[in-house]
Design a protein around this ligand. Structure first.
Ligand SMILES: [Zn+2]
Length: 468
């Protein structure tokens, strides 16, 4: 009998949590890290991969993706695996759709999901009461969700209801993430600063910090420094930023207008009317890039074909606009606090089924620029986000850690291999993983099993989201 199920030979292992970096072999047994040492015996392994010249990193944990029929769609898991991601947080639900897609189109990854608090959808109106939020939270936790997502930038609540939702999640030590914006402020730096205030010292995940630093209110670098100062002053706020120039939002229109406020603003930024007709013009002109399903994945489409696809879906598609300038993305990815830790905890993508899963493709540019060391890259793409999700056995290669591994080719800035829970999910672009491990709380484990998925139970109070 083989001692190891899988052995990666001759790679450079980078594991900052163990202060380990060097030419080392890594062995996996029973879904766990079994050994990290030089010259492990290949005859002791069921399967051996020579990864000479490549880097063996703790698996990418993407703290912001979309993997539901609403945003992302069926190809989400395949696209994540192809990008080297082994664990991800779906940032909106709806939960039933996330579970169904994970079951039928999973690629062997770990996935958590949170549920949107959206007027007319999950709550009655824009000012839900504490009681309504309490019962919604109990309901979504029991169904397998980790907590709430507030979509303020798109579908805002009142400031008071926003604060109530954050406090409700904190009382139950549930997850709470927020795309800043309320009935008072939009998705911009002022909305971000309002969000920090509405947290009232509670734990909160503020999503895609770069998206509030696009120069809508002040110079975009001034906005970036304001965001950094607020995060430094509010250490209970967890955050991520992404590196792609392209955002992602809903293209759905009703009564001649885009439903999302972000979408309306992006149309105006490109010089188009914030209407359904303006959207069509923007697609034809190449400013609005419709997420089109092609060849088993989502791609960015413009021109008449993309406009026809958008029409064929009754306008209910995802759309991206090139609205993120480069300097804020760079600064937010690398900024540090006085104690040396990162201001923004993680590099995310806001990808999944939205085609911008660029942790390796763009994140490794920062390593080549020497803006991040490889060890720092691992902290931002694996260790920090794993701890935020309470995944104490992920983000590192300590003895007994989950065997979640991403092998990258630094020269080509590409993932070569994704291994999740000891099984190969992707090798050289070919996605071979199946199924999905659903990260949930104790309250949701039964529902996850009932949905046909394997639950991985976390206690957020053990992670860095709710520090002791
Ligand atoms: Zn998102």
């Amino acid at each position: 009998m083989a001692r190891y199920d899988l052995l990666l030979k001759n790679g450079t292992v980078v594991d900052p949590a163990s202060a380990r970096e060097g030419l080392l072999d890594l062995a996996v047994a029973d879904g766990k890290i079994a050994a990290v040492a030089p010259d492990l015996d290949p005859t002791q392994a069921g399967e051996v991969f020579d990864v000479a010249g490549q880097y063996v990193l703790p698996g990418f944990v993407d703290l912001h993706v979309h993997a539901s029929a609403w945003l992302g769609g069926k190809p989400s898991h395949k696209m994540l695996a192809a990008a080297g991601v082994t664990t991800a947080l779906d940032m909106s639900g709806p939960l039933d759709s996330v579970l169904a897609i994970a079951k039928d189109h999973g690629a062997g990854l770990n996935l958590a999901t949170i549920t949107y608090v959206r007027p007319g959808h999950t709550v009655r109106d824009e000012d839900p009461s504490a009681g309504e939020l309490e019962s919604l939270l109990a309901q979504v936790l029991a169904a397998g969700s980790l907590g709430f997502k507030l979509l303020g930038g798109h579908y805002p609540l009142t400031p008071a209801a926003t604060a109530r939702a954050i406090a409700t999640a904190n009382r139950h030590k549930a997850y709470i993430a927020f795309h800043a914006g309320s009935k008072r402020h939009g998705s911009n730096i002022d909305g971000f600063l309002e969000a920090v205030a509405l947290a009232e010292g509670n734990s909160l995940h503020l999503a895609h910090i770069n998206s509030y630093c696009r120069g809508l209110k002040r110079d975009y670098m001034a906005e970036t420094e304001e965001a950094i100062a607020a995060l430094v002053a509010n250490p209970r706020i967890r955050s991520e930023s992404y590196l792609s120039p392209i955002n992602g939002t809903s293209a759905k229109c009703s009564d001649g207008l885009p439903e999302s406020l972000v979408t309306r603003r992006c149309l105006q930024t490109g010089g188009f009317a914030a209407t359904e007709a303006g959207m069509e013009e923007a697609i034809l002109a190449g400013w609005a890039r419709i997420n089109v399903e092609a060849g088993g994945q989502m791609v960015l489409g413009v021109g008449p074909e993309a406009a026809a696809f958008w029409r064929s879906r009754g306008t209910d598609t995802t759309v991206g606009f090139s609205v993120n300038p480069p300097e804020p993305r760079l600064r937010l990815a690398t900024a540090k606090r006085p104690d040396g830790s990162f201001v923004v905890d993680a590099i995310s993508t806001d990808g999944g089924g939205i085609p911008r899963n660029v942790i390796a493709a763009m994140g490794l540019s920062l390593v080549k620029l020497q803006a991040l060391t490889l060890a720092e890259f691992v902290r931002k793409t694996s260790y920090n986000p794993a701890q935020i999700l309470g995944l104490v056995n992920k983000g590192h290669f300590r003895a007994g850690a989950d065997a979640d591994i991403t092998v990258v080719d630094l020269e080509r800035q590409q993932p070569v291999m994704a291994i999740a829970n000891g099984r190969v999910a992707m090798h050289r672009g070919y996605v071979c993983g199946r199924g999905c491990t659903l990260i949930t709380t104790a309250a949701g484990a039964a529902a996850v099993k009932k949905a046909g998925l394997a639950p991985l139970v976390v206690d957020l109070a053990r992670g860095s989201f709710y520090p002791a």
